[in-house]
Ligand binder design. Structure first.
Ligand code: GLA
Length: 543
């Protein structure tokens, strides 16, 4: 005999199992091939329909991708690889080159240097057997660089402290061979752990338990000539950077305004001028400068905000004096009002939050913290909600991200509308179809790279859903519909609430399809934890 209580428990168990089975069937995406892989941990994927691949296949006709504007300081070497997709062979050309600038039609590399400040109007063309594309482009020679958010790959999420010279070169190779470089991805950045490591005695503190022992890394901080010592996995930084440049890509590296970096390597404190000059000599194009343990070194320099400003400005001024443009990332995890002073410290982008990992709560944290400071972003200075966690991440055995496909769509859509710097953190050699499609949607990247440089914000923000708006350079607007809940729901963009014309033409940016003209509002069903992007223009009918 079973008791009533047992009967109820059994019934509940059976209903729960049936619900799970039903949800599994419901959740199976259209392109199942890229979804069900060993190691994937998508618990809540079961709770909503998951989006499959939305980006259309690449057209064989030429498309010139990337931004419409590029900034370089007077006299600094120009390094810009024209990103073009389409069948090869392809004939590239440019009109309007100012004196000193060069263009290599075989590689698409814009180079040389221009000493006279000004806005130079260029026109690129790309032609193949399938057609011809043209793109107007402004080369702005002046003191503001990084006119659109930087796009690249960073070693930290992928390799952590096990990064090597070889892995960096392979990332550069994969950036080109995967086709990503043709969509505008250009920086290859080595994060922490290219340097030697102090002993606890040298550091004067205990090494945190989460940093695994790597015996080969121990070594002196500097050479007899005061150059930063690299660990044995980086035998020749200059050669590695030359390798990255030879692919038309740009090279970045990491340091800290401290004696000891976050992952227990030596930093730049006390040797800032030598380091800035060394990096310029090596050919570095970007520096991520991470606060880490710098409080210990800078405690005399005032309160938290003052000491951070001083430490970051010291390096910012030194970088600006070099004979090449080095994009400067102020990475202090969004603390002490950084959005108010990072630009004055010389920064081109600054973190707005603590480290992002591929989990939903941390994704939400990055979004929520970034959306409150949208006004701080603009050409030459960007809010950084941290690196991308889409694609085959190390945290998930290099299978995929621990974010569900829907969450990865939310991630990319919102980073694009926020005008965020985009740094890929997965292994480029293991990109699957979903990851590749998320990173190569040119209309999504066009929104991120829009020349107006205004960051989007949620005009409608509720615990369950948001409607984001970003004005774009051509007079249209990007709109993101973001479902914060697990359940699929309809979300409406009400034109009046958004301050848009009464009648608007709406384009589905992910699918790259015009949806038609809508009066008053556009509404659609957004699956759980997803955000989708739309480009909206006035249909000419005023309110
Ligand atoms: C900090 C940064 C990360 C990464 C690590 C490296 O946590 O926020 O992005 O650079 O340090 O140690």
């Amino acid at each position: 005999m079973i008791s009533n209580k047992e009967r109820v428990v059994r019934r509940l168990c059976i209903s729960f199992m049936l619900a799970v089975v039903a949800a599994c069937v419901h959740a199976a995406p259209a392109d199942a091939a890229f979804v069900f892989k060993p190691g994937v941990k998508w618990g809540n994927a079961l709770l909503s329909r998951q989006l499959g691949i939305l980006t259309p296949p690449e057209s064989p006709a030429p498309r010139i991708n990337g931004p419409t504007v590029f900034g370089v300081r007077p006299g600094s070497p120009i390094l810009y690889r024209l990103p073009v997709t389409g069948e090869r062979p392809m004939k590239l050309a440019v009109e309007g080159l100012p004196e000193g600038a060069t263009f290599d039609a075989a590689t698409g590399l814009l180079g040389g240097a221009v000493s006279k400040p000004g806005d130079y109007a260029l026109a690129f063309t790309a032609e193949n057997a399938r057609g011809k594309a043209k793109k107007n482009f402004t080369l702005k020679v002046g003191n503001t660089i990084c006119l659109t958010p930087p796009l690249g790959w960073n070693s930290w999420n992928c390799w952590g402290q096990d990064v090597t010279d070889e892995k960096m070169r392979r990332a550069a190779d994969a950036m080109v061979s995967s086709g990503l470089a043709d969509h505008g991805w250009s920086y290859i950045v080595v994060d922490d752990c290219w340097r030697t490591r102090p002993t606890e005695k040298e550091a004067g503190m205990k090494r945190p338990g989460w940093i695994a022992e790597r015996a080969y890394m121990y070594g002196p901080a500097r050479t007899a000539d005061d150059l930063p010592c690299t660990n044995p996995k980086f035998p020749d930084m200059k050669a590695m950077i030359a390798y990255i440049h030879a692919k038309g890509l740009k090279a970045g590296l990491y340091s800290v305004p401290a004696t000891v970096a976050c992952c227990w390597t030596w930093g730049s404190f006390g040797h800032e001028a030598k380091d800035a000059a060394t990096w310029a000599d090596w050919g570095v194009d970007l520096l991520k400068y991470d606060w880490c343990t710098a409080d210990r070194d800078w405690w005399r320099a005032g309160n938290n905000r003052e000491r951070q400003f001083k430490a970051y400005k010291l390096m910012g001024d030194l970088l600006a004096k070099q004979k090449r443009d080095i994009v400067y990332n102020v990475c202090n995890y969004g603390r002490y009002g950084v959005t108010e002073w990072a630009r004055a410290a010389g920064g081109q982008y600054w973190r707005t939050n603590d480290d992002l990992k591929d989990t939903w709560p941390l994704l939400i944290r990055s979004i929520n913290e970034n959306m409150n400071v949208a006004d701080a972003a603009g050409p030459g200075g960007w809010n950084d909600p941290d690196m991308l966690v889409v694609g085959p991440m190390r945290s998930n055995g290099f299978t995929t991200s621990r974010l569900t496909p829907n969450e990865q769509y939310a991630h990319m859509s919102l980073w694009a509308i926020m005008a965020a710097p985009l740094f890929i953190g997965c292994d480029l050699e293991r990109l699957d179809h979903l990851a590749h499609s998320l990173l190569t949607n040119d209309e999504v990247l066009d929104i991120d790279q829009d020349a107006l440089g205004k960051a989007g914000r949620p005009v409608v923000h509720t615990p369950d859903y948001d409607v984001w708006l970003r004005p774009l350079a051509d007079g249209s607007w990007a709109v993101a519909l973001f479902n914060r809940t697990w359940e699929e729901r309809e979300i409406a963009a009400d034109f009046k609430t958004l301050g848009l014309p009464a009648s608007c033409a709406v384009r589905d940016v992910w699918a790259q399809k015009d949806l038609g003209v809508f009066a008053g509002r556009f509404a659609t069903s957004i699956p759980g934890h997803a955000a989708l992007l739309y480009r909206v223009r006035s249909a000419g009918i005023l309110p």
